[in-house]
Design a protein around this ligand. Structure first.
Ligand code: GLA
Length: 595
């Protein structure tokens, strides 16, 4: 049970956000949090202000953001708070747009983000205990919080800044019940100068509330739909204190190969109306969804169906403010609701950001991937296969090569511990694809001659970000079997693909199998665009060296968002890595198509 009396007692001593009975006070005055979630890591930094202004125009008074540890420290020790990773600048920009800030530093954040925001290097040892009070995990988190939190502490409202509250962990009750873990995170936050209001946010089930809250801190709930029952559940757990829905799911995300999710704007706004009528505070998840650029998309695992479900590149989320800054029907319905309860800024609404006109280009040069391996990374040699994290590789593809002696009987090739798909080649010829979701699947490999050179190119989806299968190392964690014989003696090559400058493109058609295809797009003034790859099967797209993300013909997403700051006036270089079968041309379109 929350010790509301203690929270109340603190309220009288402190500035910033405090609790009095069932309400929040900001610097002593009654305050309702009308927040929207936006992730600085999912929106190009040149667009931060644009999107925050739209949130303010919606009538919100605050922005909540997660902090993605892996975005700042993809490789151990190489911590980056500059440019796109300048969270201090994001907070200051929010303040300039007239918004308060709620920070959710995790370090686990879920969020459909690779590994729930945890850095891949934690998986160098896939048995490392996560999200509990084991020293091996705790010490690493403390080091990271020691870097992050002192940067945020001076920005707190308790010191005159815009940051009003911090979340501890994320929906921890859905995962575990280690009170020592939550307590330790709180102490680490306090020890790094965080003196703001703390809260724990959880789903509204009893077991989630019991396992995921700290008795002396504010409890909040996350849900979609009618707020009556979730708020009643919160009341049963915490009889006194402000009601705050810290994640009101106003849309939803998509997996590859599943239908695109949308929610009805009128119903969504009606649920917001009920919360505001009840005097509650609310955070719209998401206000601005954004994009899983690069390799950053996460994944889910459906235990009932034993199925890995990779998340798509777009994180539009069917949010009120679209991936490209669109003010959707949901924006207008929610704004009307807010205006009935709180003042919304008047004046004209921000216009749709400009867009590039349609055009179509054909790639004019190609480079086969298997022929380009030396330009893409250094190999290591191991007896048995190992996963990429064990080699210090945070993301990308990974290649395994061995020689199988013959002649011998044709046998099926299987991979135990595959994440997530393996393209199999014998002497350079594509033989087929293995998939994590078909663990018994095999590809027949004949070895009629003295030997065969076997190549496995492992294609990866995002790391699982939710549930008990969070430890999701990529590549091959176990054995490759030919028939019942394990194959040993591997050349393993990490392919992070963060530098393609060594590729030697040649004019003309690509060789069979995975290949890079290069095209030049000429434009006038830079503006937003959407890239479609009709007839292409699966791969990634770079625009002027920036990885926009993954595409896949199984949908639902059919266009990739290419925001204006990535374009140059004049010539722009597009590189497509197609893993299977290239289409004829690439299209630049003025409209998104999310399926
Ligand atoms: C939970 C998590 C969020 C996100 C949503 C679904 O509420 O806390 O990070 O994963 O689910 O979008």
């Amino acid at each position: 049970m929350v010790g509301t009396n203690q929270v109340v007692a603190q309220a009288q001593q402190r500035s910033g956000l405090t609790v009095r009975g069932d309400e929040f006070l900001l610097d002593g005055e009654p305050f309702r949090i009308l927040a929207g979630e936006m992730h600085y890591f999912r929106t190009h930094p040149d667009h931060w202000r644009n999107r925050l202004d739209r949130m303010r125009a919606l009538g919100l008074n605050s922005v909540d953001t997660y902090v993605a540890w892996n975005f700042h420290e993809p490789r151990r020790g190489a911590i980056d708070f500059t440019g796109w990773r300048d969270i201090v600048r994001f907070v200051e920009t929010a303040a300039e747009a007239g918004l308060k800030v709620v920070v959710r530093p995790g370090p686990y954040i879920c969020a459909e983000w690779d590994f729930g925001g945890l850095p891949a290097w934690l998986l160098a040892d896939p048995d490392l205990p996560l999200r509990c009070d084991e020293p091996a995990y705790r010490d690493l988190v403390d080091e990271w919080f020691g870097e992050l939190l002192p940067r945020l502490a001076p920005l707190q409202a308790t010191r005159g800044g815009p940051v009003i509250a911090f979340q501890v962990e994320n929906e921890y009750g859905s995962y575990g019940n280690d009170q020592a873990h939550l307590d330790h995170l709180r102490n680490t936050m306090r020890g790094n100068g965080i003196d703001s209001l703390l809260f724990c946010s959880n789903g509204p089930s009893e077991w989630m509330l019991r396992g995921g809250n700290l008795p002396d801190e504010l409890a909040t709930v996350n849900f979609s739909g009618d707020p009556a029952e979730p708020f009643a559940a919160l009341r049963r757990y915490q009889p006194e204190g402000p009601l705050w829905c810290t994640e009101f799911w106003d849309g939803w995300f998509d997996h590859w190969g599943e239908p695109h999710n949308t929610t009805d704007p009128v119903e969504t706004a009606a649920d917001v109306e009920k919360m505001l009528a009840a005097g509650a505070s609310v955070s719209l998840y998401m206000a601005v969804g954004g994009t899983n650029f690069g390799w950053w998309a996460g994944a889910n695992y459906d235990d009932a169906k034993a199925t890995y479900q990779p998340t798509i590149t777009s994180y539009d989320y069917d949010a009120p403010i679209g991936e490209a800054g669109e003010l959707t029907a949901k924006f207008h319905r929610i704004r009307e609701v807010i205006a009935r309860h709180e003042p919304v800024p008047d004046g004209p609404l921000p216009p749709l950001p400009p867009r590039l006109p349609a055009q179509r280009v054909k790639p004019d040069a190609t480079a086969g991937l298997l022929e380009s391996l030396d330009a893409l990374g250094e190999p290591v040699h191991r007896s048995a296969p190992v996963h990429m994290e064990a080699l210090g590789q945070p993301y990308g593809l990974i290649h395994y090569r061995t020689r199988v002696q013959g002649p011998r009987e044709t046998a099926g090739l299987r991979v135990r511990g595959l994440a997530d798909r393996a393209l199999v080649f014998a002497d350079g010829e594509p033989l087929g694809t293995l998939d994590r979701n078909d663990p018994q699947g095999s590809v027949e490999v004949p070895v009629p001659r003295e030997s065969v050179l076997l190549d496995l190119l492992v294609d990866t989806g995002g790391r699982i970000n939710f549930g008990q299968r969070l430890n999701d190392p990529k590549g091959i964690t176990d054995r490759v079997l030919h028939g019942s014989q394990a194959l040993f003696g591997w050349e393993i090559r990490p392919l992070p693909l963060d530098d393609l400058s060594g590729l030697r493109f040649r004019p003309g058609a690509a060789p069979a199998g995975p290949a890079f295809h290069r095209a030049t797009l000429r434009i006038g003034e830079p503006a937003d665009g959407f890239l479609a790859l009709p007839g292409w099967e699966k791969g990634m797209v770079w625009l002027n060296g920036f990885l926009l993300g993954r595409y896949w013909s199984i949908g639902p997403q059919r266009t990739l968002y290419a925001p204006s700051p990535l374009w140059r006036k004049g010539e722009n270089e597009l590189v497509v890595l197609e893993l299977h079968r290239p289409g004829g041309s690439v299209e630049l379109r003025p409209e998104p198509d999310l399926g």
